[in-house]
Design a protein around this ligand. Structure first.
Ligand code: ADP
Ligand code: MG
Length: 685
């Protein structure tokens, strides 16, 4: 296929140009065709304007006018020439500098010019700079169309890039097969591929440009959705799912002995999961619940259900601290009723690990809790029927697959996430999953009071820390850095810890916690904090995920401006887990109105979903959740925030179109026809 060939197969591209193009990630002819103009970079040269119609916004415009007079000037630094032109609607001054003056000075009155340039408002007449003009016949009317602007690198110029793309387009016009099913093109009223490609580069008019863009945006999102559907259906075919029985005696016991009654949300979600597990079709469900909404107990019930039916379940957590905590909770809920819960982490002794793995393979373990260590090759289950991952945003698609492949069945999959993922993103990234939502929180919780202070309140904040400890409570102090290296100006755990123990917290047991500590050290510290021995924990964001210490009632976040809103909300979720009033103090040295306004958003809202959406708005989607992080291709033209409606449409279209195997075969040929290989990888599973 010609579009997979190197750009050097295009006329006019040698090694030098190829290197410049490579800097733009353009390697093949297809990449070149997909180097779409900048969205805001199209200039309208489709019609010659009148002088009165020129907008004075500094944009490049095209108009026709007659020379009125020519003057020379000097502004103290350089000489210039002003050519005043006119038409029946007004006058404009064209400014020429340096070599350009050579021609300009010679223009005679009444010469007709076609002019492009940037137009600004002058005191009396419009001023035009960066002028390009040519002498034309008085009856000349032909415009140049809508002109694109490309991102460039090296010695590439707009004009040069335009020529290269025109050469590539010439190939497309000869032979470029359609890459979307005809029925989809028709139903969604999308233009065909070749015209869309021509119009996105060199639009015949604005309408056609909009349609071309819509087509390529749709195409990306449609392929993504198809890929996700394919991925799922493909996995389903291979292995049998497990049909768990209806809830029995063991589950009744577990439920009865929980230290609390399930909330309405928990009951509803548990129903959804339980029914999914009773279906032979494997469950693929994401459980989205805000911090502290009580997801763990729901996973415990699902794991109990697997065990009750004679199968095994596992739960994978992103950090060791969290894995240990889950292990303890699950043991408490399940062990009294004969279910065997075990913990597998990275730092285990060889012998202990070997014994554990043997028990696992023999089916002597019902519930295995662990970190990434679960993914290792030699971790083998006897009868795995349920895979739970907690805080999924930290795991990729492949990791999920690795775990589910550890079963001869197609296991049920439950993904729990406390990082609220905006709906649009959930659809894109988890398009192949059903979604359960838990919005509320267990009863008896007081909302965390959030306060936002600048530097001068530091002493008072420290005094507040002491007061909480004296009242018998515990405190987190979170810093963005482990140690100060001088590169970044922010407070580090080491700084803050030293400062606190030397003065305010002299006689109070404190500890330092960060990711560079050994796993065993971290565990010890967490355990001592959990048990109340340590009163103040100075930590990095390692405590962000899942840690549950209900007696902690105050969190101080240093350099709060350095964190995203969703992350701060997540951190804040570590307090307010008991019945006491809790506080979150955001300290920041920055007193710019924008920074403070951003933190106020957090002060005023406790809705993780709202905050995640805000975060996306403020920081942009790419920065927060790269699709690549989820094992999915990057999008070139679609924007998951802006193009929500297209996502929904693409998903519906993919679902209705791909009902049987022959549809899929057809779809695979369309994937092959793509200009690049981005989407091939999801179809290659
Ligand atoms: P998250 O959804 O953030 O993982 P957890 O599962 O850690 O939340 O639950 C947070 C806290 O709420 C835990 O201490 C847990 O024991 C408690 N909890 C969960 N469900 C209930 C409930 N129905 N009633 C009272 N407390 C609950
Ligand atoms: Mg949790």
């Amino acid at each position: 296929m010609w579009w997979k060939e190197s750009v050097t197969s295009i006329r006019g591209i040698g090694n030098k140009k190829a290197a410049d193009l490579a800097a733009l990630n353009i390697y093949t002819v297809g990449d070149l065709l997909e180097h779409y103009p900048r969205q805001d970079g199209y200039a309208d040269f489709s019609r010659l304007k009148k002088i009165a119609e020129l907008t004075v916004d500094g944009s490049k415009q095209l108009f026709k006018a007659t020379v009125y007079r020519v003057r020379n000037g000097f502004n103290g630094k350089q000489r210039f020439t002003i050519v005043t032109v006119r038409d029946e609607t007004g006058y404009a001054d064209l400014y020429f500098f340096m070599a350009q003056r050579f021609f300009a000075r010679k223009y005679k009155p009444d010469t007709v010019l076609m002019i492009t340039g940037r137009v600004k408002g002058g005191r009396n007449v419009k001023m035009v700079s960066e002028v390009n003009c040519q002498v034309i016949d008085a009856d000349y009317e032909q415009g140049l169309g809508i002109v694109p602007t490309y991102n460039l690198a090296g010695n590439l110029t707009q004009k040069g890039m335009t020529i290269l793309i025109k050469n590539a387009l010439a190939k497309a016009e000869q032979e470029l097969p359609e890459s979307l099913p005809a029925s989809v093109l028709e139903k969604c009223a999308l233009p065909d591929r070749v015209s869309a490609l021509k119009n996105i580069h060199f639009p015949a008019n604005w309408q056609l440009l909009a349609e071309a863009r819509r087509r390529f945006i749709f195409e990306e999102l449609f392929l993504l959705q198809c890929g996700l559907l394919y991925y799922r259906s493909h996995r389903q075919e291979e292995r049998q799912g497990v049909k768990h029985g209806i809830d029995g005696e063991k589950l009744r016991q577990v439920l009865e002995h929980l230290p609390f009654e399930l909330t309405a949300d928990q009951k509803r979600v548990w129903q959804e999961i339980s029914l999914d597990m009773q279906d032979v079709k494997p469950m693929h469900r994401i459980l989205q619940g805000d911090v502290g909404s009580g997801k763990t107990v729901v996973s415990a019930l699902a794991l109990a259900k697997a065990a009750e039916n004679g199968y095994q379940g596992c739960i994978m957590a992103p950090t060791e601290i969290l894995a240990v905590q889950h292990y303890e909770t699950l043991k408490e809920y399940l062990a009294p009723f004969g279910m065997r819960v075990a913990l597998l982490t990275g730092g285990m002794r060889v012998k202990k690990r070997r014994n554990l793995l043997m028990d696992l393979e023999l089916g002597l373990i019902d519930v295995l809790v662990g970190t990434h260590a679960l993914l290792q090759e030699d971790v083998k289950f006897a009868k795995l029927s349920l895979v739970v991952t907690d805080e999924q945003h930290r795991f990729g698609v492949e990791q999920r697959a690795k775990l589910t492949n550890k079963s001869e069945y197609a296991p049920d999959v439950l993904i729990m996430t406390a990082t609220p993922i905006p709906r649009t993103l959930a659809l894109t990234v988890y398009g192949d999953l059903d979604v359960s939502l838990m919005k509320g929180k267990p009863p008896g919780r007081k909302p965390v009071k959030t306060l936002c202070y600048t530097e001068e309140k530091r002493q008072e904040v420290y005094a507040g820390v002491v007061r909480q400890v004296q009242a018998g409570r515990q405190v987190y102090v979170v810093c963005p850095l482990i140690e100060n290296t001088g590169m970044i100006e922010a407070r580090s755990v080491e700084n803050v810890y030293d400062e606190l123990v030397q003065d305010f917290l002299k006689d109070i047991p404190c500890a330092l916690l960060h990711g560079k500590l050994k796993a065993s050290e971290k565990d010890n510290i967490m355990e001592e904090f959990s048990s109340g021995k340590i009163k103040v924990l100075v930590s990095t964001t390692v405590i962000e995920v899942g840690v549950n210490v209900p007696n902690a009632t105050l969190m101080v976040v240093e350099n709060a401006e350095r964190f995203g809103l969703a992350q701060l909300h997540q951190l804040r979720g570590r307090v307010g887990r008991g019945s006491e009033q809790s506080y979150c103090v955001l300290l920041t040295p920055v007193d710019s109105p924008e920074a403070l306004a951003r933190l106020q958003v957090l002060r005023d809202s406790d809705d993780g979903f709202y905050l995640a959406e805000k975060d996306l708005e403020l920081r942009g989607a790419g920065q927060l959740f790269g699709l690549r992080q989820h094992g999915l291709p990057d999008l070139r033209i679609a924007d998951i925030l802006r193009d929500t409606e297209v996502i929904v449409q693409a998903r519906a279209m993919a679902q209705s179109l791909l009902k049987n195997e022959s549809d899929w075969q057809e779809m695979l040929t369309y994937v092959e026809r793509q200009l690049d290989d981005r989407f091939q990888m999801i179809f290659n599973v």
